[in-house]
Design a protein around this ligand. Sequence first.
Ligand code: SAH
Length: 370
Amino acid sequence: MAVNLLDFDLSHLTEYFASIGEKPFRAKQVMHWMHQMAQDDFDQMTDLAKSLRANLKQQCCIKTPTLIGEQLSKDGTHKWLLDVGTGNGIETVFIPESERGTLCVSSQIGCALECAFCATARQGFNRNLTTAEIIGQLWWANRAMGVTPKNERVISNVVLMGMGEPLANYDNVIGALNIMLVDCAYGLSRRRVTVSTSGMVPQMDRLKEDCPVALAVSLHAPNNEIRDKIVPLNKKYPLEELMAACKRYLVKAPRDFITFEYVMLKNINDQSHHAHELIKLIRDVPCKFNLIPFNSFPNSGFECSSFEQIQRFRDILCAAGLVVTTRKTRGQDIDAACGQLAGQVQDKTNRQQKWEQVILAKKGKEHVVS
Ligand code: SAH
């Protein structure tokens, strides 16, 4: 198969050009065409010599995932479904706000982790996305959204908060981050690109050296007992280690705080004493909190905390001097909210089957009781 140039960041494209006997500086020009102009046809790259275009056409290609569906929510949220082959589809969501436009990008087909409250987790896992498939999401969205009348890009921020655990697909995610950041491609500042992780401690340490972008950590619990149950990765990297890794990350981070995400689950992690415990847990980690009202899906087994409970929780954190935002649920009418992205996953882990059995068994019991 021809080499896909969307898989390369600038340094790899430069090396590749040298390897096929082309001038390395042409790499920047081609990056500009591919990413800034959203061009996938070498013939349209009019300032490249014909001989270079012919050489590229023969040896390589520019191949994005195939767009197979698009939905627009009442609130302006836009969702794309992209085909990544062998029956798998991934979802990407654009969330417009007054001051910025954020694209939420997927990093894997499904997810191998088993966070109890997440719809993607129920779908199981197929494989990591390639760099081309990760950046291909930005490519499509950017092509659809274009620039503002002031010639500013509509997509000003990218968050890796779609399907998958970005740090479990480390190398391909780094490749895609490099393309997001480099001036001849998307030129986003490190502060405007956020990786969200469930807490993969060794990879957090690597990220801070290789490509320190803004970091969000899915905390979701004030103690190991609760976190072990709802974010099972906690058994491998418990809270003490996670907090230490957050502090280490801040030495190199582009922002001077970590964003802690905290999904509000009724009667699980949302009580006032949990908020007080949380304040103690994070006391020496500079951070902001993002409370996420739980987005339900069929047979999730969880309920969202009430509006009043979320307010109470938030007030306790605020009173301790923390900066807290409550995430607005966006795009719910098109299943585009956090944890609702499900795409199409050809599950290789038998997870979908396992969940079907759990749900059937539960229904069976309910039946016997009634
Ligand atoms: N794997 C990464 C990115 C995934 S999703 C991570 O864990 O951070 C981004 C955020 O949505 C995470 O904080 C995740 O825990 C949260 N989330 C998952 N399912 C959710 C649901 N049903 N409702 C609300 N938030 C959810």
